[in-house]
Structures are given as C-alpha cells and as structure tokens.
Design a protein around this ligand. Structure first.
Ligand code: BGC
Length: 771
C-alpha cells in the first residue's frame, strides 16, 4: 500500500549522534524516534502466530516475557503449513494485523520461513515446511495479509538458521546451489513479490561470516540482486560488531543497548573508519520504515477504537484455520469419523484435557481462551458417551507410581468403551526455541500405554500433538487411525473434535516427511555439526528430495493426507503458455462427503541433466472443494524459470533444455497423472575454451556443430581416431576430456594450433551475452 513512497531526506537534518541512535532500538521492542525529523518510533511484537504484547515496564523499557497480555493464538506455522492454503494464511495474517494495530503494534516479527532441514530442529514448529515453494507461498501470503492491513512483516530468520544448537555462533557451511535453491529461495520469492517492510537477520553465520556482518547476503544478494528496499534488523542480540554490521547492510540493532553501541558508531565515523554515508543510508531506510508504519496508523484513525474483529471472531477464525491444518495420516476400515450420536468413546491422555497448542520461546502467546479437545468432544457428542482418563501424568508430574496407576485406569476405561481416542505428544520440555531435540520418539511411557490400550481394545484412534515430527513407525500399524494434530493454536481443541466426529472433513497434507527412523533423514550425518560449524552435506537433497533420491521408505511422505472422501484425477494436460507451462487436471470427488483436495504438481528431470537433480520437486499446488460426485478442472501455471537450477559455476539460474516430466499427485508418493513437456534451455553462460570437454563442446549450439564438422572431415580423410565418435565406448571416453588434451593426440581432428581458432569461431558465432 505505501511501498513505493520515496524516502524523505531525513538524514541531513540530524546530528551524528541522533543518526547513530536511530540505528538501534530505544527499548526491547521499539525503535528510536526523531520527532524533529518527523520520524516516529515503531513498536514491534512477536510473532509470528499471535501477538506477544510488549508490556514495557519501568524506564528500562524491559519486557516481561511471562506476563504478555492476552491475544489470539493462531495455529503456529507447522500447522498452518499443513493447510497448503495461502488464502487462509492471508486471512489469518489480516486478523493478526487487526489485533496488532489495535494495540499500537506496527510490525509483527514474522513470518519465520526457514526450511526444516532436520526433524530435530527445536524450532520447526515455527516454520512451514521442508520445501521452499510451499514455504514461500504460505509465508508470502502472511506478508501480504499483514501489510495490506497496514502492519509490517519482519521476514525471518535470514538466513540458513536451521538449527538451535549453537544458534548464536554456528556457521552453516552450505554450497551455493543448495543455498540458492533451498535456503534462500523462499526469501527471494517473498522479497521480490511481496515486498516485506523488513527482514530480520539470523544469529548464525553462513560460510564463516555472521549474518549481521555478511555484506554478501545483506547487501549483495538481498538488496542488489533482489531489490529489497526495506530495513534489515538484527535478531535480538545478533550483533557482535555494530560498525561492521552497519557496513555490511544491517540497519537496525535490536534490542537497543542504551547508547553503548551508538557511541561506537559515532567514534567510528569520527575516526574515519565508517563512512557517514553508510549511516545516512540506513537512517533513510529507517525513516521510510517509520513512515510506512505511521501511514498504517493514520489509515486506522477514525476507523477503530480497538480491533475490527471481536475476540470471538478472532477465536472463530483460529478454529477455522485449525480445521484445515489437521492431517489424517491413517484411517483403516474407515474407523473415523466417529458417530456422535451413539456408542461410547474413551478419551485418554492428559493432552486431551491440557492441550499443547503452541511452541515454547519468543513466539509464546497468552491466549484469550483455550479450547480443550475433551470439552469440545463432549460438546459435539450428541448421544455418544465420552469418558476420560488422563493415562499419563501432566508434564512435570512424572512419578512412576502415578504413571502406573493412571495407565491402569486408562486401560480399564479403554476395555469398557466402543472406541478409544488416545492423545499422544510432546511437551514443551521436549521441543522449544533455544535447543534442538535429541531424538524424534514419543515419550516411552506413552508408547507403553498405547501398547496396553491396543491390547485392551483394538479400535484405537491416536491423535498427535507435536511441533516437530515424531516417529510413528514402531506403532502406527497397530492403530487403525492416526490423526496429526500438530500444535493447533488456542482453538485447536474444537478442530480436533470436529475432525474426529466428522463435522469437518480433514484436508491437511504433510508439509514435511515423517521418516521411518531419524537416521533416514537426509541431513542426519551432518546435523547439528561440531566445533562451531555445520556442513550442509546433503546439498539440495533436503526433505523429500533426499528421501526420494535415496529411494528410502518413509512412514508418511511429503504431501500425504487422507480425507473422509476420495478423489480421482483424470485428464492431466501440460501446455506451453508463453514463457510458462499451464498444467491442468480434473479432480472428481468419488466419495460420499464434501471435501477439499490439495492437488500437488511436481516436475521431474530432465533426463541427462548435467547436475544432480532431486527425483521430483514441487512446482505448484491448488486446492479444490468438491461436493460428492462433483468434478472440476484445476490449473497451475509453472513459469519456465521455475525449472532452473542454480549454476554455481555461472553464478546464475539456468534452465536446462530437454524433456521434463510433469506430475499431479495427491502426495509426493501418490502420483495420479503425468505428462511430458519439452523445455527450451537457456544458452550456456560459460564460454568454450581448450579446457572445455568434448561433451561441453558438442552440447554447445555453435561449438558443437563446428567440432563435429572437424570430426567428420577427419573421418572422411580416413583417420582412425577420426572415426572415434562413431564408436560409443570411444565417444564416451573422449567426451570427458578437454579439447586441448585431445588436440595433442596423433590424428586428432583438431591439432594444438587449431584449438584457439575453433574457440574464437565458437565465440564469434555465439550471440553476445550468451558465451
Ligand atoms: C528470536 C526471534 C524473535 C526475537 C524477539 C529472538 O530470540 O530468534 O524470532 O523475534 O527473539 O523476541
């Protein structure tokens, strides 16, 4: 809305010390104002799935993390990501903006769009997916939803912040291709398309340089390549050297340091170590940031005396969102949904009464209210009897004897009821910001309880509450139904009850793979690193890209999620549409209930790629709501450029020419239709030389025919070596050799003196800029 406004010439009107002070916070969550230059303070708040309202107390502007005022707790990103519904994320973000603005908060610290590299990352609950496209679509929708309502986003944590172990110091050592294709890709897409007001730099280093001092990432890539015009703020405490940070492109140190580091900036300018223009540039960006925030405030004036939506409406939206996030992993013999009108249900597990609905750390919200699955099941039951036994102690209350007695009571109840719904999951002590998990198993006591329940009554429905994936493989085949409830926010209890009793047909899909074992995860051997460095050894093979490439069985694949109805796919078509491909497929609801299907479009190939390619990569998705018997054609557009890989050698995205497969799937391992598209490649950006191999020469549009001509001419002259290209083994042998080496062979079609001539001819025949 206010994005294109040019920055005012604020810097010249301010003294050096005033300018320095603008580039650090005035308090924990507020920027410094310069009223005389028309720069108001900007109040910020965590983020990302609810407002952690800053309650500044006393003169220090300190924030009490434990007494945040109530705000709606929406489903955290782990859940929202499973909705595969950007429109929903957009609405949730609009509601977050509404609450934020009504409290004077102008920037929400989120969304967090880091990639789930390992299932162990303690903060995976705050991130959307292991896939960059899904992450970008969900995160970008949140940015738009916030900013269209006049509240800025702080896209975080830039970049490669994929673990909590040693997070303030560790260097993520990642090659250029995975950096671009996996870890920066969602940032790039959102920065270019959705124009966030700010980006928050992460604590860690990338390839040895702390993000807060990383001019390549903060300036070279973010601003120069992607055109970012907003403010880069530090994560809280991420600045080590304030002057180096400013120089690298970090505009705002958060939180403030009561002037200590401002003085360092002033001293550096006076000593000639920091060019004042660097400071001026940051001040101009901060002035624009403050102005965007201020325009948001003024747009609100006269419209509101408090939120536009009531607390009830916020809660309702949180529930509607949660409905779409639940993932039905397994449903043998259609044991679900349960009949609300009769029979008896044993609800077991303390988590049904004391739900876990968000993760621990800076994103923790004090909810306005909290629905529990147990109450909501009782509320929805319309004749069915709902009995409860806690089964295991609440976290913190772990006493062996109590656990035994609680389990005995639960088993008795299970045996006496028609169906058992057991709530299993992790506690805040198992996963949180600030540390990683050591394993992905459920607590042992819960697994033992589950075994006893299944023995007492085989009709068991397991419901999971967890922020990071848990291992289900040892036991999931023993339960006919398994529901992944993630952390669903304050209204999640109602959503679970609605799914269990069938008033909501589940439609979430996994945004991350559930492996059979932790050891199968692609990053396993290099997570979380050692001695301050973590090597991203799996390269681009993150998540399903890696499980697929290694042909590993998984418990539940990326994109998986069942429904109470069934969908058939037909008539997949993929057609060229300008510089894009339009993929369409017809989906039919072949079951008896209305439902939503998330159609996933993957690409494969091309055959003979010169780089290692994941077997399939998500290129688009679309949801469709269908009544029983209804069919609809859905379409996804894939720009040709989306098929590119990042060439480290050429420092550029490059589309390889060739045949690519296009697949429509109900999950990444449930492909329902495929087609082939023929894609025109980008010309190589690498100029041919004597060091180029025979294969590279032959691949080149100009060099190839030139060299082939020489081979044919030499063959006509009946040289033995000249016929080499017709002998497949010889051709393969030669193809990996640089031309200048082959040129030394006796009877070579090109002699040593011919290499330079051929190189010049190839360069001359290649359109400018292509070679
Ligand atoms: C977290 C950020 C958060 C900030 C402010 C940091 O520790 O990494 O995500 O926004 O604190 O609370």
């Amino acid at each position: 809305m206010t994005q294109q406004t040019p920055p005012p010439p604020a810097a010249p009107r301010l003294s050096l010390i005033e300018k320095a002070s603008l580039t650090s916070g005035a308090g924990d969550f507020v920027t410094t104002a310069a009223p005389e230059a028309g720069i108001p303070a900007v109040t910020m708040s965590d983020g990302p799935h609810g407002l952690r309202l800053p309650k500044e107390s006393g003169d220090g502007g300190q924030v009490d993390l434990h007494s945040a005022a109530p705000a709606t707790c929406y489903p955290p990103a782990v859940a929202l990501g499973s909705s595969w519904d950007p429109e929903l994320a957009h609405r949730v973000a609009g509601a977050l903006a509404d609450e934020a603005a009504s409290h004077g908060v102008r920037v929400l610290l989120g969304p967090g769009i880091n990639i789930k590299r390992s299932p162990l990352c303690g903060r995976n609950f705050e991130y959307f997916s292991e896939d960059p496209l899904l992450t970008a679509e969900m995160g970008g929708a949140m940015v738009r939803g916030l900013q269209e309502s006049g509240v800025g986003a702080a896209l975080k944590h830039y970049a490669a912040n994929n673990q909590e172990t040693d997070r303030m110091r560790v260097s993520a050592d990642v090659d250029e291709r995975p950096l671009r294709e996996i870890y920066l890709r969602a940032f790039e897409r959102i920065v270019r398309r959705d124009r966030p007001w700010s980006v928050m730099c992460s604590y860690n280093a990338v390839n040895g340089t702390l993000l807060s001092e990383n001019s390549r990432l903060l300036t070279g890539i973010l601003r120069t390549e992607w055109g970012f015009d907003g403010v880069v703020m530090s994560d809280w405490g991420a600045v080590r050297d304030r002057v180096a940070a400013l120089r690298a492109g970090l505009d705002l140190q958060m939180p403030g340091t009561h002037g200590r580091t401002d003085a360092e900036v002033v001293a550096a300018v006076r000593a000639g170590e920091l060019d004042e223009s660097v400071l001026d540039t940051s001040v101009e960006r901060l002035a624009l940031f403050a102005r965007r925030a201020d325009e948001g405030v003024r747009a609100d004036e006269g419209v509101r005396n408090g939120p536009r939506m009531s607390a009830d409406e916020h809660h309702h939206l949180a529930g509607e969102a949660a409905d779409r996030c639940v993932v039905l992993l397994r449903n043998e013999r259609d044991i679900l949904p349960l009949d609300p009108s009769g029979g008896s249900v044993a609800v077991i597990g303390e988590l049904a009464r004391t739900p876990r609905y968000q993760g621990a750390g800076s994103s923790q919200v004090t909810p306005t209210r909290l629905d529990t699955p147990l109450d909501e099941l009782r509320e929805l039951a319309d004749g069915a009897r709902v009995d409860f036994a806690p089964g295991y102690p609440a976290p913190g209350g772990e006493v062996a004897e109590t656990a035994g007695a609680l389990a005995d009571e639960a088993v008795r109840l299970a045996a006496a009821c028609d169906t058992v719904v057991v709530f299993l999951g992790l506690s805040a002590a198992d996963e949180s910001e600030g540390f990683d998990r050591a394993h992905i198993d459920l607590p042992e006591g819960q697994i033992l309880l589950l075994e006893r329940l299944v023995a007492a009554n085989p009709r068991v429905v397991a419901v999971l509450s967890n922020g990071g994936v848990v291992r289900t493989a040892p036991w999931h085949a023993t339960v006919p139904a398994l529901v992944e409830g993630w952390l669903l926010g304050q209204a999640g209890g109602g959503a679970l009850a609605r799914v269990l009793f069938g008033s909501v047909n589940p439609s979430g899909k996994l945004a991350e793979t559930v492996p059979l074992r932790l050891e199968d995860s692609p990053s396993h051997l290099s997570f979380p690193g050692e001695e301050g460095r973590v090597r991203y050894g799996e390269g681009v093979f993150v998540g399903y890209r890696g499980y697929d490439a290694a042909a590993r069985e998984v418990a539940f694949p990326f994109g998986h999620g069942l429904s109470y109805t069934s969908f058939a796919y037909s008539g997949l078509r993929a057609e060229r549409d300008g510089d894009a491909f339009s993929v369409s497929v017809t989906v039919t609801n072949t079951g008896r209930r209305p439902g939503r299907e998330v159609v996933q479009i993957y690409s494969t190939g091309p055959a003979g790629s010169t780089v290692a390619r994941p077997p399939r990569e998500l290129r688009g998705f679309v949801s469709v709501n269908l009544a029983p018997g209804e069919s609809r054609e859905v379409a996804v557009v894939i720009p040709r450029g989306e098929l590119a890989y990042y060439s480290a050698r050429e420092s550029a995205w490059r589309v390889e020419g060739g045949d690519y497969g296009i697949e429509a799937g109900s999950s990444s391992r449930d492909i329902r239709g495929s087609a082939v598209i023929s894609v025109e490649g980008d010309p190589s950006g690498v100029a041919l030389s004597g060091r180029s191999t025979i294969a590279e020469w032959l691949d080149h549009p100009v060099g190839g025919p030139l060299l082939m001509e020489r081979f044919m001419a030499a063959r006509a002259a009946a040289g033995a070596a000249a016929g080499a290209m017709e002998n497949p083994t010889m051709a393969r042998f030669l193809s990996g050799m640089p031309l200048e080496v082959v040129a030394e062979f006796p009877q070579s079609p090109v002699g040593p003196e011919g290499v330079a001539e051929l190189t010049a001819l190839a360069a001359a025949g290649t359109p400018a800029g292509d070679a």
